[in-house]
Design a protein around this ligand. Structure first.
Ligand SMILES: NC(=O)c1ccc[n+]([C@@H]2O[C@H](COP(=O)([O-])OP(=O)(O)OC[C@H]3O[C@@H](n4cnc5c(N)ncnc54)[C@H](OP(=O)(O)O)[C@@H]3O)[C@@H](O)[C@H]2O)c1
Length: 303
């Protein structure tokens, strides 16, 4: 087998590092990890026999720098985070550079529930990703794919904390609606493994790669946590989905510049509203990956 070069942009981030490590664990792979500050100790430690670090700013890069950054890539994977200048503009420029360099595919930084199914306006961050997806689709050819890795939410206490949905220290689960809307869950690590497998795939990969560790509503997650930990979870209903929408609008109007005031509610709406569930999952494409269920993620303390 020929060695494949995979370029990872946003490689210093939480998911980016996991993707780099998942790729480097595979045979016949080299990784070019694009980072803003290669000399930072926690970033420098990513380098290894199969991983080279390259300094790259996705916003400031010139066309020539982008072309150099993706040169020789079999696939370009993004794990960037940021506003529309990054999620739409910088990723589109990188995607076009990847295509021009003859890469087989580009994987944008999505790693989400199916935001294509979500109406515009529910979550601004999801809107940017959908816009990118719509523009990216126009770049697809017989030899160049764009693959959206869609896996639900990360089975992780920090993500649940961001959503305001679970506080394991206090033993409190909070939900909007009836708490029984199914939620798709996948761990950070499994998402990185699926992304690495999709990047390296010799076969055609679907535009939306649905993968998942579990599907479970929040009340069931809370009962599963109680059983695993032997601790009682207090359930707090925060209101209806209509209340959630009204509260989101109120906060957005009051503090438009402070995204931490309203962005978690936008994500909560997408998660508790049940409109962005994954389509049929395609885990079976990658039988080496046994995606972890919520019960097991709880068991090892991820939640
Ligand atoms: N489904 C879920 O539950 C869930 C939860 C969390 C995240 N996610 C998704 O996962 C993806 C990655 O998130 P994350 O938490 O891993 O992000 P993160 O830790 O914030 O990492 C983002 C990376 O992007 C890099 N970056 C930002 N601007 C850049 C620029 N102009 N040029 C080059 N690099 C730049 C940052 O570089 P520096 O290190 O230099 O700052 C950072 O390393 C995102 O799409 C996010 O929405 C999904």
């Amino acid at each position: 087998m020929n060695e494949k070069l995979i370029v990872v942009v946003g490689a210093a981030g939480k998911l980016g590092q996991l993707i780099v490590r998942a790729l480097a664990s595979k045979p016949d792979v080299r990784v070019r990890a694009l980072v803003r500050e290669p000399r930072k100790p926690e970033v420098a430690s990513l380098a290894g026999p199969k991983v080279e670090l390259a300094a790259f700013d996705a916003v400031a890069a010139s066309e020539a720098e982008r072309a150099l950054a993706v040169r020789g890539a079999f696939a370009v994977v993004s794990a960037l985070q940021g506003g529309p200048d990054i999620i739409i503009d910088a990723q589109l420029a990188l995607l076009r550079a990847a295509k021009a360099a003859g890469a087989r595919r580009f994987i944008p930084s999505d790693y989400s529930y199916d935001f294509f199914a979500l109406p515009a306006g529910v979550n601004l961050n999801s809107d940017w990703r959908r816009t990118l997806g719509e523009q990216a689709r126009r770049e697809v050819t017989a030899s160049f794919e764009v693959v959206h890795v869609l896996q639900g939410i990360f089975a992780d206490k920090d993500v649940l904390g961001f959503l305001g949905a679970f506080d394991p220290d206090k033993g409190v689960a909070r939900y909007w609606g009836d708490g029984m809307t199914p939620i798709d869950w996948t761990t950070w690590e499994d998402t990185a493994r699926f992304t690495a497998a999709a990047a390296l795939d010799e076969r055609a990969v679907p535009e939306k790669l649905f993968v998942s560790g579990d599907r479970m509503d929040l009340l069931t997650m809370a009962r599963t946590w109680e059983a695993a930990r032997g601790r009682k979870v207090t359930l707090e209903r925060l209101g209806s989905l209509e209340d959630l929408e009204a509260e989101t609008k109120r906060r957005l109007a009051a503090e438009p510049q402070n995204m931490f005031a309203w962005l978690p509610l936008m994500y909560a709406h997408a998660v508790f509203g049940g409109r962005a569930l994954l389509g049929p999952t395609q885990n079976a494409r990658y039988p080496d990956i046994q995606a972890e269920a919520v019960k097991d993620a709880i068991g090892r303390g991820a939640i």
